[in-house]
Design a protein around this ligand. Structure first.
Ligand code: CP
Ligand code: NVA
Length: 311
């Protein structure tokens, strides 16, 4: 029996698989726009466990599964036995005997790994405290559509360099071979473990202006991630000089673009003139969650040209 493929972090894909998946996502987007029906998941089910809030992740997975002819189940700890103490491993064992794929958004990455190791079907990380790989699929797809890829480009991630998005960008830079600069205050840099594991293509800056100097793309994210609400006041004070505004954008190369995974807080990590301006790709990124995750589900389930080619 073939081992089950999970997608818990970006580096679970090889470079060839990632590139193939991004191309396939662009093809699935074209097919959807052309009105071509494609329903490889008829009679199949995706379970989605959300231990944290979500708009994009829930809607994109649920819509993608419906377009594929399958069904998606929304499960929250509030109304499943998970919330009453049933172990994540037991939940994984039970769900994976009924459904074909499982997506989970949770806090602990170690808990997610424990869940995956008890599952008989592929598990997808819909965001953990350490990684947000599905967002990177959409962001990389957006860059692929714009530039044909990020090879040879410079990307600056400004804000919380220790959060899940920064970590997934570090993995992307390493797999796809582009330069990532992280501009973050002291105390909010990637952990030494993350730097050791995925830091070969990442340079750390404590000054936002130096980090964005001449880059092709500026990326940011909320200053306070889900689960960190108690630190909100301190984080606002520490990140004040890391706002992505027109002055900061002017330091990047002319024609540079802006990305944000959303939800955004205008006036905090980004100003309205940047996120709502001509350089912003945020709505393309959000839409591409749908197409990129359809390519991912197809690949993990073993359907579609990518799985058949065995890249
Ligand atoms: N970017 C993202 O994951 O959005 P949601 O939290 O709305 O799913
Ligand atoms: N870093 C953010 C991403 C939200 C999509 C969080 O974890 O809340």
């Amino acid at each position: 029996m073939k081992p089950v493929r999970h997608f818990l972090r970006l580096q679970d894909l090889s470079r060839a698989e990632l590139q193939g998946l991004l191309s396939r996502a662009i093809e699935l987007k074209r097919m959807l726009r052309a009105g071509e029906a494609y329903t490889p998941f008829a009679q199949r089910t995706l379970a989605m466990i959300f231990e944290k809030s979500s708009t994009r992740t829930r809607v994109s997975f649920e819509t993608g599964m419906a377009q594929f002819g399958g069904h998606a189940l929304f499960l929250s700890p509030r109304d499943t036995q998970l919330g009453r103490g049933e172990s994540i491993e037991d939940t994984a064992r039970v769900l994976s005997r009924m459904v074909d794929l499982i997506m989970i958004r949770t806090f602990s990455h170690a808990g997610l790994e424990a869940f995956a190791s008890a599952s008989r079907v592929p598990v997808i990380n819909g965001l953990s405290d350490n990684h947000h790989p599905c967002q990177l699929l959409a962001d990389l797809m957006t860059a692929q559509e714009l530039w044909g890829g990020l090879q040879g480009r410079k990307v600056a991630f400004i804000g919380d360099g220790a959060n899940n998005m920064a970590r997934s960008w570090m993995e992307a830079a390493q797999i796809l071979d582009f330069e990532l600069r992280i501009g973050a205050p002291e105390g909010f840099h990637p952990s030494s473990f993350a730097q050791q594991e995925n830091g070969t293509h990442t340079r750390i800056y404590t000054d936002a202006r130096a980090a964005v100097n001449g880059v092709d793309m500026i990326v940011t994210d909320v200053w306070t991630s889900m689960g960190q609400e108690a630190e909100d006041g301190e984080r606002h004070a520490r990140f004040a000089s890391f706002q992505v505004n027109a002055q900061l954008l002017a330091q990047a190369r002319p024609g540079a673009v802006f990305m944000h995974c959303l939800p955004a807080h205008r006036g905090e990590e980004v100003t309205a003139e940047v996120i709502d301006g001509a350089h912003s790709l945020v709505w393309e990124e959000a839409e591409n969650r749908l197409h990129a995750q359809k390519a991912l589900m197809e690949f993990l389930a073993g359907f579609g040209p990518l799985a058949k080619q065995g890249v």
